[in-house]
Design a binder for this molecule. Structure first.
Ligand code: BES
Ligand code: ZN
Length: 886
């Protein structure tokens, strides 16, 4: 056995030596796209060893520079061997004799490339005075600090960092902490930053380039700055304001102040993610930080606010208290997601953001309804597995189960526990069970037992509810979209209301079945009233389970209960959250072939007078999916189904009109765009014509009031509907708008509309355009969602370009988006097989999970198609619905 074998193929580094502080000097060369560096790591040898093992990747370490110097004796030891193992991303420093337990300093020089892969230490490009320039940026999470400097690149190996940068003197150079010394020497300057508090390597950050900024101070005197491209400083003001206020909110909520002396937030033109919470230097995609008064949409504004709130939440949840290992990633991401809603709600109550939160739950439920899902707490054995778990399970299911727990324990108790958790684990690491223990202490409830059922097993239950002999019966079983039986069982916090929101009943469903006697139920109801009281005399009053949708489960009502709920929706008795939940559960049950399409469409018609943004927006996105599945399953009914949707949305579209009303709500502004886009996609002639007229007015004058930002995407989608190779002038005009704008949100809007063309040649041209130098590689994913007519073209295009795609995006997680966006829309077993065969040859480990999930979705669609084809009387029902007179 090789003496190094013991260090290879291990998920984690040996802990015989652990770092205490890093002294790191970096010198990026922005022209040659290289960097050199020196690191001195103070460490403790905690058990005698001849080997020091740390992470390094894509770096060349100067072996002759490697030294270990004992702190107490100042004796310098030179290693006998220094070996880099690229596959394991480690470097092993071997000494002739065993190092005793002592403190010492390991130092080494190294160099690397400023890569173009948007990870590690990379370059991003921008234009300044017409000249193309590079900036240097870091993106280290989850495990890419090792591509910038040798280090113990694990979240639990916290240390302090003293960073020094040597850069061209005219550039702005930022890091986690404020600079305390700048020495200019000709064209170069050396900037030294204050030492950071103890933190994980994935949070270290450096940015070097030309920037403008806006700034403000918090009441505590913390300086907050927003940096962006030269000339765009005004666009940073909104985020700045949100950040200053959010720091105040979190200080109060967590009962701990922000722990660094400054906070910088910066927009990076090439950025793989939405944003990254580096301690004290948060990096963002431009669309997630900059807001332009004239050309950004309400949805863009909301995105900026929620992303800022999310990243600042991490300054406590993640940076101050850090997950012990990636298995607990959800503690970071689920919590930041949930907390960001808390902050946004407090800053912008009129956005009704907790209703919009349901979109998070829905995405979580959709992914977790797959057999190929994974538990929230997921085993991670290799760095390459980490990227794929930044998914809807960690973020959205994570945030949803937190919301479920908060509503079970009550907000005050929950907040007290969180504050004490933050205090207890500040500057340290925590695991999921540590949080449960604190919550259990604070609440006296069996939190660990309850929550283990949600975080340690994948999936979730569907609760079947039926009325039988004055009894309400509940039965839980695992919900799987594939229809296969699952054997999971959960402890489910059930809540229900009957006929009114005044009486609410709560209980924990701990077994498979439970029955509530309507009479007995009055005994266990809370002090607000009783089920039987509330329902008294109303034999047909509605029963809504999972009140306000705070629970992470689905409900399947029997026919009787469903009919009562439909009536309650039409009579406007239910809250928006409940209307949303009934619709979404029904859609999921339909996709899972547990309910007919007829009954889903019949339910739709109860939403004709719907006014809530979130409910309508979900109704629209479900309609898109129903339209597509109908195109496969029952093409002869397609026109009728589209007509039904057009009629369904007409009521709201008329209410909201094309032009913004004076003082209208943020939600109406967002709704307008979605409604008009839907009417365009379903082919409403009047909408298409009006959109085209307004688009042309916009081409003549980019500031025309006829096409405000909130409806631009809708207009773009509308004009793309009729574009073809022989009628392509609108397409060319749209590309011209793309080329002329320097607002990233506008570019994204356009990319997101191009694929809605139904012409095969145009689709291919759009896809090829995505691979051109005109589209930043960060943005390609927005253009991949193509029309139903275009999916074959997209699939062939992906296969034809697979080599280029893997070369460009293969080392990050953007490649997973290619696979999921292009494969999942199919709906036949043959296509699933074809995809399996292609990836059996061309697949790679980093897309394995996504591929399995995408193939499973194709199987689910295929089964759904078959079930719709077997549905009796669907045709009559659709016709009746489409031509119904209101
Ligand atoms: N910590 C993440 C960034 C991240 C994501 C790093 C994936 C490595 C891999 C950050 O806090 C984050 O969650 N960003 C989100 C935006 C957020 C508002 C949901 C993102 O980038 O999409
Ligand atoms: Zn996050």
């Amino acid at each position: 056995m090789d003496k190094y074998d013991q260090f290879k193929g291990q998920p984690r580094l040996p802990k015989s030596a652990v770092p205490r502080s890093y002294d790191l000097k970096l010198k990026p060369d922005l022209v040659a796209c290289k960097f050199t560096g020196t690191v001195r790591i103070s460490l403790d040898v905690v058990s005698p060893t001849r080997f020091i093992v740390l992470n390094a990747a894509d770096l060349s370490v100067d072996h002759s520079s490697v030294r270990f110097c004992s702190r107490s004796t100042s004796k310098v030891l030179e290693p006998v061997e220094v070996q880099l193992f690229e596959a394991d991303e480690i470097i092993v420093v071997e000494f002739a004799e065993s190092l005793p337990v002592l403190a010492g300093v390991l130092s080494m020089d190294f160099e690397g490339t400023l890569n173009d892969k948007m990870k590690g230490f990379y370059r991003s490009t921008y234009e300044h005075n017409g000249e193309k320039k590079n900036m240097a940026v870091t993106q280290f999470e989850p495990a890419d600090a090792r591509r910038c400097f040798p280090c113990w690149d694990e979240p639990a190996c916290k240390a302090t960092f003293k960073i020094t940068l040597e850069v061209p003197s005219e550039l702005v150079a930022l890091s986690n902490m404020p600079a305390f010394d700048v020495k200019v020497d000709g064209n170069l300057k050396t900037v030294q930053y204050m030492e950071t508090p103890i933190m994980s390597t994935y949070l270290v950050a450096v940015v070097v380039g030309l920037f403008d900024y806006v700034e403000d101070l918090t009441p505590d005197g913390i300086r907050v700055q927003v940096y962006c491209q030269v000339g765009k400083a005004d666009q940073g003001k909104f985020a700045l304001d949100v950040a200053v206020k959010t720091l105040g909110l979190y200080k109060e909520y967590f009962a701990v102040p922000y722990s660094l002396p400054k906070l910088d937030m910066i927009a990076i033109p090439d950025f793989a993610l939405g944003a990254m919470e580096n301690y004290g230097l948060v990096t963002y995609r431009e669309t997630a930080l900059l807001y332009d008064d004239k050309h950004s949409a309400a949805a863009n504004k909301q995105r900026v606010a929620t992303v800022v709130a999310h990243e600042l939440a991490h300054q406590w949840f993640g940076n101050l208290v850090t997950m012990e290992w990636w298995t607990h990633l959800w503690l970071n991401e689920g919590f930041a997601t949930w907390v960001s809603y808390l902050a946004t709600d407090s800053l912008f109550p009129e956005w009704q953001i907790w209703t919009q939160f349901l979109d998070e739950s829905t995405e979580g439920l959709r992914l977790d309804g797959l057999a190929e899902s994974h538990p929230i707490e997921v085993e991670v054995n290799h760095a390459c597995e980490i990227d794929e778990i930044f998914d809807a399970i960690s973020y959205r299911k994570g945030a949803s189960v937190i919301r479920m727990l908060q509503s079970y324990l009550g907000p005050e108790c929950f907040q007290r526990a969180l504050a004490s958790y933050i205090q207890r684990y500040a500057c340290s690491n925590a695991k999921t069970e540590d949080l449960w223990a604190v919550l259990e202490e604070e609440s006296g409830e069996p939190v660990t037992k309850l929550m283990n059922s949600w975080t340690k097993q994948k999936g979730y239950p569907v609760i079947a509810a039926k009325v039988k002999d004055h009894k309400l019966e509940f039965e839980q079983s695992q919900f799987l979209l594939s229809g296969s039986p699952g054997d999971g069982q959960w402890i489910v916090p059930i809540t229900l209301c009957c006929g009114s929101y005044d009486a609410r009943l709560n209980f924990l469903l701990q077994t498979k079945t439970e029955a509530l006697d309507m009479m007995e139920a009055s005994g266990c109801s809370d002090s607000q009233g009783s089920l039987v009281e509330a329902g008294k005399g109303k034999t047909n009053s509605w029963v809504k389970i999972n009140v306000d949708q705070t629970g992470f489960y689905r409900v399947k009502y029997d026919e009787e209960l469903s009919a009562r709920l439909r009536y309650a929706i039409e009579s406007k008795c239910l809250s928006a959250t409940d209307r949303y939940g009934i619709l979404d559960d029904s859609y999921a049950l339909c996709m899972g072939c547990q309910q007919s399409l007829t009954s889903l469409l019949t339910l739709f018609s109860a939403y004709r007078e719907e006014v809530d943004y979130t409910v309508l927006s979900n109704l629209i996105s479900i309609s898109y999916k129903v339209e597509r599945i109908a195109a496969d399953a029952a093409p002869e009914l397609l026109d009728c189904i589209k007509l039904f949707f057009i009629n369904l949305f007409q009521y709201s579209a008329e209410r909201i009109g094309w032009d913004p009303k004076q003082g209208e709500s943020h939600l109406d502004a967002m709704l307008r765009g979605e409604l008009l886009a839907a009417l365009s996609v379903f082919g409403d002639d009047a909408t298409l014509a009006e959109a085209r007229k307004r688009f042309h007015a916009f081409l003549d004058d980019r500031n025309t009031p006829l096409l405000p930002p909130d409806i631009r995407r809708a207009a773009y989608v509308a004009v793309m509907q009729n574009v073809s190779t022989s009628n392509r002038s609108d397409f060319d005009s749209l590309l011209r708008v793309y080329r002329e704008t320097d607002l990233s949100q506008e570019k994204t809007r356009i990319l997101g509309s191009l694929g809605s063309s139904r012409d095969h040649d145009i689709i291919l041209e759009v896809l090829n355009f995505l691979l051109s130098s005109e589209v930043r590689s960060q943005d390609v994913v927005f253009g991949l969602a193509v029309s139903w007519e275009g999916r074959e073209i997209a699939w062939k295009w992906m296969k034809d370009n697979w080599e280029h795609i893997t070369k460009t995006w293969g080392s990050g997680f953007l490649i997973t988006r290619f696979v999921s966006t292009i494969v999942s829309p199919f709906s036949s077993y043959e296509k699933a097989k074809e995809a399996e065969e292609f990836f059996a040859i061309h697949g790679k480990p980093s897309i394995a999970r996504t591929l399995k999930q995408s193939i499973e979705r194709v199987h689910i669609n295929a089964k759904w198609v078959q079930s719709i084809q077997c549905e009796k009387h669907l045709g009559e029902a659709v016709k009746e619905l489409a031509y119904r007179k209101y």
